[in-house]
Write a protein that binds this ligand. Structure first.
Ligand code: MG
Length: 362
């Protein structure tokens, strides 16, 4: 198979990622927090850490960690309530900086984006130079540091931005891409989550090099459609374009239970973490949703879905819980045990687009 760079002009991709974004904003705005372990998120029993300062990370505190776990790892941890309005405003600021260079901007979240600067507004030949300028301007404008990764595709640019955090600037040149991937553990690759990494480990695949030694057929057999992506990234190849219109149509969470659920209290307990999960996801990315869908798979694998669309976006986890509760009622009494439950939100809106206007994702 020909390497895409044999046929296509080489692209210049930058991945920008703000350092410990929410936590850094809080430390910037409250000097009392400087140099201290800070977690943005809920401190309550069911709370989750949305972001951790570097001082907190030293103790092993990570985003998406349960707050109780975080507090056990770092008893001096200071919890700060998130201020999404402020994060959104900073996000809009950094996107104005990106827009000075290119309109090929693909935001991944409030603080992360891919930029294709192959053709850039200023006609600058060096993507590394552009990345350096963007970092300096972001710092000047927001008082915050960003890390930048520069490479010839998205996959490597993202790995590069992670390589010298915080305040890093790292370049992976075309000749170095395949070698760079070799020594990394597969869990570090964007698009390989914890579950997939564990599955790979069980197959004896631990590093990029291990992954490269598998045939495309083998990866396809074990990982389906994603197998081809894994085959390519192990070789430093990634043809995905930077997509300024990237949209996400739904956010979902589901769980298959070890024992079938048989009554309403069972269902309520099973649904709780799924609802918390999708709500948390939307909160940390400032996505709002108007439609909730309940998915139920019975013991005989028959599947039903029930959904409801509201006039305005859900404004709390409790409001989702209450509508899901009503949807569950329509399925009672249960004709048989339930093996899987899923909750998803759709009809989504993100808070801010790169131009700062409301962007409808639907
Ligand atoms: Mg970040």
């Amino acid at each position: 198979m020909a390497h895409p760079t044999d046929t296509l002009p080489l692209r210049k991709i930058i991945h920008i990622d703000m350092d410990a974004f929410y936590a850094s904003v809080e430390q910037r705005d409250n000097p009392d927090l400087l140099g201290k372990p800070v977690a943005v998120g809920g401190s309550r029993a069911r709370g989750v850490v949305a972001a951790a300062s570097y001082e907190a990370r030293v103790y092993g505190v990570r985003s998406a960690m349960a707050s109780v776990t975080a507090l056990r790892k770092c008893p001096d941890l200071i919890f700060v309530k998130p201020r999404f309005d402020v994060y959104k405003a900073v996000s809009a600021q950094i996107r104005t900086v990106f827009a000075e260079y290119t309109d090929q901007i693909e935001p991944l979240s409030l603080d992360e984006a891919y930029l294709d600067v192959t053709q850039n507004q200023l006609g600058l030949p060096s993507a590394t130079e552009i990345a350096g300028q963007i970092k300096a301007k972001v710092r000047e404008l927001t008082g915050l540091t960003a890390s930048a990764g520069v490479s010839y595709n998205k996959f490597l640019a993202k790995l590069a931005s992670d390589h010298r955090k915080p305040d890093g600037l790292f370049v992976i040149k075309p000749a170095d891409g395949p070698v760079f991937v070799e020594t990394l553990s597969v869990g570090q690759f964007h698009g390989i989550g914890r579950v997939t990494a564990e599955k790979m480990n069980a197959l004896g695949i631990f590093t990029g090099l291990d992954l490269r030694q598998q045939s495309e057929e083998f990866l396809g057999r074990h990982f389906g459609k994603a197998g081809r992506y894994y085959f390519q990234i192990a070789r430093g190849i990634d043809d995905r374009p930077v997509n300024p219109d990237r949209v996400r149509k739904s956010v979902g969470s589901e769980n298959t239970f070890e024992h079938d659920l048989i009554d309403l209290p069972d269902l309520e307990i099973g649904l709780q973490p799924l609802i918390a999960d999708v709500w948390q996801y939307c909160q940390t990315r400032t996505i709002s949703a108007r439609t909730v869908t309940l998915k139920v798979k019975y013991a005989d694998f028959r599947q039903v879905t029930r959904s409801r669309t509201m006039l305005s976006a859900f404004d709390s986890q409790a409001s989702i819980t209450s509508v899901v509760g009503e949807l569950v009622q329509t399925l009672l009494p249960l004709s048989q045990g339930v093996r899987l439950l899923g909750v998803s939100l759709s009809t989504l809106n993100v808070g801010v687009s790169e131009t700062g206007r409301q962007l409808s994702l639907f």
